[in-house]
Design a protein around this ligand. Sequence first.
Ligand code: DCP
Ligand code: MG
Ligand code: MN
Length: 331
Amino acid sequence: RKTPSNESNINHEFCEFLTELADYEKNVTRDIYKHSAYRKAASVLASHPTRIKSGDEAQMLKGIGKKIAKKIDEFIQTGKLRKLENIHSDSTNTAINLLTRVSGIGPAKAHSLVNEGIMTIEDLRKHTDKLTHHQVIGLRYFEDFEKKIPRNEVEQIEKIIIKELKDADPDFKITICGSYRRGKTESGDIDTLITHPSLTSDKVDKKHKNNMLKNIVATLEKCGLVTETLSLGETKFMGACKLDSDHPTRRLDIRLTPQDQYYCSILYFTGSDIFNKDMRAHALENGFTLNEYTLRPIGSTGVPGEPVEIHSEEDIFDSIDFPFKKPEERG
Ligand code: DCP
Ligand code: MG
Ligand code: MN
């Protein structure tokens, strides 16, 4: 579901089975290493301009190894994968995969529910006593949350958020990140990054920070946009919003960041997650550690030093000698 596997992608059939295998490794076997390998391969093929004609050809691409090449050959020759057929024929696998599609249910929870004989969404609706608040809301909006959000609807929600928050305080700086900032025509959720000049990481005023995100959420609730809270911390809000009664309930994420960490945050929150992994690996190769807060040089002792001063996204790419990519190119 995450990998571009639509018709504009000439290798979409390969991407689809690789994504299914990735989901299986994440949710059922919980092998994050294999999960990442399949996700990476799907992402490489999704941005490859020509149709792959053999496993050997695929293996020439960075991120595709021998085992995945063999699966590509099997798929080209037989039109299917025995491994996937076997996975699909096991009802436990199918149930675990299904339950992890509920927001808030991870692989471990899905396993324990299936062990108790809960195999379907209908079953789950009879056992909400076993669920956290987040999971109950995830279940309530199961169908809505699976629907993609058209770009135009994200734009309308963006306008409301900006207007409401700027009315409250014109110094807020608000950017919708995620797949929307990467220019996608539809998104899974709305990822909102907010900063304010009064927020800096050196004078950590936790109480101030804490209230700021709570006030932001309260403002967006008051105008009727935010309808549910899944979780609300000092810097992270997960919840839901609704444009009006004609639109589905949508997942909304908000992150509050100190101004001096804004560019590392925007880089992280724009993604994609695979791009972030690649860029962090490149940073390490160049002697830096990069996360959603800071870029720091790693000294000869292996201990990260003081954060590099950053004034733009380009600064981060330059510092680690990584060719700049516009958001649209960060597959
Ligand atoms: N992110 C990450 N690693 C994760 C999860 C998220 O690096 N495990 C970053 C990169 C993502 C961004 O956060 O692009 C937003 O996360 P989303 O899950 O909302 O992903 P997208 O916005 O990219 O896709 P979607 O349209 O499905 O929401
Ligand atoms: Mg998103
Ligand atoms: Mn998100």
